[in-house]
Write a protein that binds this ligand. Sequence first.
Ligand code: DSN
Length: 481
Amino acid sequence: MTDDLSRLSSSAYSQALEVIASVEPRIAEATRAELADQRASLKLIASENYASPAVLMTMGTWFSDKYAEGTVGHRFYAGCQNVDTVESIAAEHARELFGAEYAYVQPHSGIDANLVAFWSILAHRVEGPWLEKAQAKNVNELTDADWEELRRELGNQRLLGMSLDAGGHLTHGFRPNISGKMFHQQQYGTDPETGLLDYDKVAAKAREFKPLVLVAGYSAYPRRVDFAKMREIADEVGATLMVDMAHFAGLVAGKVFTGDEDPVPHAHIVTSTTHKSLRGPRGGIVLATEEYAPSVDRGCPMVLGGPLSHVMAAKAVAFAEARQDSFRGYAQQVADNAKSLAEGFLTRGTDLVTGGTDNHLVLVDVSKYGLTGRQAESALLEAGVVTNRNSVPADPNGAWYTSGIRLGTPALTTRGFGHDEFDTVADLIVDVLSNTQPGTTKAGGQSKASFVLADGVADRVRARSAEMLDKHPLYPGLELS
Ligand code: DSN
């Protein structure tokens, strides 16, 4: 930020907090505390980032007060002319940024975006041919008996996605999730030796299972995916390829992932969040080919509640930022920093799932330290290092305690961290892990949750972190009065 912008945003935020405090001072206080906490901790959660003041401020306006169900020019409410402007600009930026045929910017989150995608695929691939068979123009012309048959058809479809413990997301067909209930599901994993995707095995599973939807993408897989190969597999079995790029959208926007690693030219539908590596407001988007656009467009009100117009406006601002050349430099640095972090761990003898990374995240297997992921996460938090525990493939500790911690570089890269800082981050984490012991349960056994961090370690780590954080301030120049 320039000095002028820092001065302006300092004064705008200070005044906004005064207005908030006049109604509920505790919320103003919590807001100040959140900034202080974010400034003082090493944020390594792979799905978080720091949005710019321009993005944040765009969310705090009267667009929040407007209902706008429907789409641009086709709303269920009057008076949506300004929302139309905002949504059109956001969609245009998204199309240009990703080279997509069509962009839908209304989803409120990544899960919502995935629900819209599932619904669109079902509507397009099942409802369409089925209506033809029933010689009906649309579902309104169906009889009750037709409806029953259509419901059976819709409820009888198959989805193949990456399993949670291999790095997939809950919405990729995990049984307890709605995606695992609305579809017959099967999951593909990774090679037990290397931890890498085995495309031949995915293809074999797809041939056998014949899914309607093949889902690619991940939340905790530290490697790139060949989407051209995934499309070949989908085409061979007549599936729709849906890619969830929520985690790596910033690397796609920043042209770090190009060619076969860019999902947009290969998938029928691509979903994403906007707040992770893409560094926008919290929200989701769906990108689609023209073929799927009409069904995606009916996402609201068929699947989603009314669009959050203030957030669509902030998405437009974030996409405009991501179209600047500087964002490409940022995205490349995110990937370079992840490599530095991985090397930092490997040279210190720490185990990484797949032995490294080539995206924005590193998955550390903490078993060697005699800890669960939960203990590692809590001990690190005590030392001011914010991470999240995560399953590793075939995790013996399950999805609650886990055996891993997932670390990402997008947030600290936004603060300006580079190779040396990430090497130090690895050193600090190893310092905490190697000085933490599991606690004991009430019955005297070894706990999977409690832990004992050796005296002095948290202070030592906090002091070394503070040196780096002070050199790379969050929102430099932003001072609250
Ligand atoms: N919460 C997201 C993440 O942390 O990856 C997934 O839903």
